[in-house]
Design a protein around this ligand. Structure first.
Ligand code: CIR
Length: 265
């Protein structure tokens, strides 16, 4: 399959098909409601097609019936231009997801790893230029954040810990819209942590709307947040909406279902 490029940048998106056991997922801040895994699978396929339309070459792992949360591949790795870091997911039930993604990523990057007692979820890591903002959450502890800092220092990255409250991950609360603009939920993270960035806040009636996936100049976000989407459109952003309601019942959204990184020439 040819690699489709946006301009001269080409993206690879690693995804994993939805587990039929998705309904047994971990939940922290979202109440448990019945999840239709087959419908989640169809929504995930639409998400994958949207990634392709936005210029990604998809690399997809098969579903893992034993690992309910394994569709959320973002949490098991951080992929930078120079290196990939395998995380140590904060939820014990998710640790087994790491190895198969590591095997895949070795085709693209040198692979390093966070070790216990450190814990870190990729959903807590927001890269803004050469700074990685990392949520201090129930999933990512000080040892994990410290290991990430040491592993990346020689590659020129700074790691900055950010307190979060009332949400699963840092990227539940804030994501990047372009090089100098962030979308932020002020109830879950302090905007003062991101001095120097222009901040757009989510619409107050859409508290979960801050999780947007940026691919080049394009943005992908859940269709269930039309008010926040309108804010982004009004600010001049190009936004694609996808229906991911079944994945949202599992406390997921759009960044968590892929690992998007630059293809090497
Ligand atoms: C979990 O609790 O780990 C999953 N049910 C949801 C993970 C979502 N991940 C993410 O937003 N990065």
């Amino acid at each position: 399959m040819p690699i489709i490029g946006m301009g001269n940048v080409m993206w690879i998106a690693v995804t994993r098909e939805v587990s039929p056991a998705l309904g047994d997922c971990e939940l922290s801040y979202v109440p448990r409601t019945p999840i239709d895994a087959a419908r989640a699978g169809r929504q995930h396929h639409d998400y994958q097609r949207a990634l392709e339309v936005l210029g990604c070459h998809l690399v997809t792992l098969p579903a893992e019936p034993a690992w309910p949360d394994s569709v959320f591949v973002e949490d098991v790795a951080i992929v930078l231009d120079e290196v990939a870091i395998m995380t140590q997911p904060g939820a014990l039930s998710r640790r087994a997801e790491v190895a198969s993604v590591a095997t895949l990523l070795r085709s693209y990057r040198p692979v390093l790893a966070i070790e216990t007692p450190g814990t870190l979820d990729g959903g807590d890591v927001l890269r803004l230029g050469s700074t990685l903002y990392v949520g201090q959450s129930a999933r990512s502890n000080a040892q994990g954040i410290g290991q990430l800092r040491e592993l990346l220092a020689s590659h020129g990255y700074t790691v900055h810990a950010v307190p979060t409250r009332g949400c699963l991950h840092l990227k539940s609360a804030v994501t990047q819209l372009n090089d100098d603009t962030l979308l932020l939920q002020p109830a879950w993270v302090d905007r003062e942590q991101f001095a120097g960035f222009r901040i757009i806040e989510v619409d107050p009636v859409e508290p979960h709307a801050a999780n947007v996936l940026r691919i080049g100049d394009a943005l992908l976000m859940p269709a269930s947040f039309p008010r926040t989407r309108q804010r982004l459109l009004d600010a001049g952003f190009e936004v694609t909406a996808v229906d991911v309601t079944e994945l949202q019942k599992a406390e997921g959204a759009v960044t968590c279902c892929s690992l998007v990184f630059r293809a090497k020439e």
